[in-house]
Design a protein around this ligand. Structure first.
Ligand code: GN1
Ligand code: MG
Length: 384
């Protein structure tokens, strides 16, 4: 099972007390369903502000240089605050929030170490929620808008100002090499494990073309720039009162990358209404109309910073990123579940099969997806 810890109430209290006066801490509960870090909501008593904050243990097996992750968060926060000082017109009449890193009490730094583990705390965005499965077309459009606005606000942040905190993140050919290396060390008996065999065959049939985005980048057609890295459905906060997107959370993977990683990741997580944890593979389907709503919301903002080459590679990322996530889950299954948190044996294999079913659904609707992307691009006027 991947690094993860059972945290005792008393140590959580002690850690929270290093970020806020202990006498104000009213309760601590688990928050969200992340696969990598451990996240808690700390509620505070009294009239003072804020009423709550988010406390997280960073998984240092995944993020080997946590101080660089914190540096990126601070750089991002400063940049976006500057941008919001004169907000873009698309934000008129809207609320937009950015989680801020909180300083530890009485210390110069922004994190504390407890029993060799790395803890930090960030602001909590109130009156907003996330869901694991998309509700309807208007929710989809808001998710697209949210990702578009996030990208817009960092589109002028030089990539060189962000550290590469997770080398090879979303570089599909690198995941394939890792998979090959892991596979060469395991003995897999396909006959007795038909589900595993099905997953292995899925990968074998898709080796060609896994470098489509990296090759375009190497040719200079696509450029690395700041991205979110993990803009899945439950990382886009939605205002409870008006249903509008108000910000993206889970900023640990903000770093230089291709914008297509983000768009592909957002679409793969939102357009599969069965969700990535389903056990009913027959219900996994890439929903074209949700895809259209998300792209419309995204491109309404994104046309201002996307190049023609960026637009050309949109269909490729829709196909590639679910395949890549399936490959990552499958590799982790073969390696003994050392990266993603699991709750049962074969959990990562189950997850891999969901992403592969989604990839097959995308492939079977390929022409329709390409037409839909084109129609969405044509429907959005270019802005300057
Ligand atoms: C991980 O921990 P969480 O759930 O925010 C992973 C993402 C995957 C996602 C799949 C750093 O994100 O890349 O898309 O699981 N994060 C990292 O649910 O690997
Ligand atoms: Mg994440």
């Amino acid at each position: 099972m991947a690094e993860g810890a059972l945290h005792h109430e008393s140590s959580l209290q002690q850690i929270a007390g290093q970020f806020h006066p202990p006498e104000r801490i009213a309760g601590i509960q688990s928050l969200g369903s992340g696969n990598v870090n451990d996240t808690f909501l700390v509620r505070l008593d009294g009239e003072g502000d804020p009423p709550a904050f988010v406390m997280q243990r960073l998984n240092t097996t995944v993020f080997a240089r946590p101080e660089l992750v914190m540096g990126n968060l601070l750089t991002l926060g400063r940049h976006v605050q500057r941008r919001l000082a004169s907000p873009p017109p698309e934000l008129a009449g809207r609320r937009w929030e950015v989680p801020r890193v909180l300083a530890a009490r009485g210390e110069a730094g922004h994190w504390v170490e407890h029993d060799g583990q790395f803890w930090r705390s960030i602001t909590y965005i109130g009156a907003a929620t996330t869901t694991d499965v998309i509700r309807d077309a208007s929710h989809a459009r808001e998710i697209g808008y949210g990702l578009g606005m996030f990208h817009h606000l960092i589109s002028d942040l030089p990539a060189g100002e962000l550290a590469d905190t997770l080398e090879g993140f979303h570089v599909t050919p690198a995941y394939l090499s890792r998979y090959d290396a892991v596979l060469s060390c395991c003995s897999v008996d396909g006959a007795s494990e038909p589900r595993l065999q099905q997953a292995l065959e899925h990968v074998e049939r898709r080796r060609v073309g896994v470098d489509v985005l990296e090759a375009a980048c190497a040719r200079g057609e696509l450029q690395r720039r700041p991205i979110h890295g993990d803009p899945k459905i439950n990382n886009v906060m939605i205002d409870e009162s008006n249903g509008q997107a108000v910000g993206l959370i889970d900023l640990d993977t903000v770093k230089p990358g291709l914008i297509h990683y983000d768009i592909g990741d957002c679409l793969r997580s939102c357009c599969n209404a069965a969700g990535e944890e389903t056990l009913d593979l027959a219900s996994v389907r890439f929903d074209l109309s949700l895809c259209r709503s998300i792209l419309d919301g995204y491109l309404a903002i994104g046309r201002s910073f996307l190049t023609d080459a960026d637009l050309r590679y949109l269909p490729d990322c829709i196909r590639l990123i679910p395949f890549e996530l399936g490959l990552r889950f499958l590799t982790d299954h073969l390696e003994g579940d050392i990266y993603f948190r699991t709750e049962r044996p074969e959990h990562n294999l189950d997850r891999a099969l969901v992403q592969f079913a989604l990839t097959e659904s995308i492939e079977s609707q390929w022409d329709a997806i390409s037409d839909l992307v084109q129609a969405s691009i044509s429907a959005c006027p270019v802005r300057s």
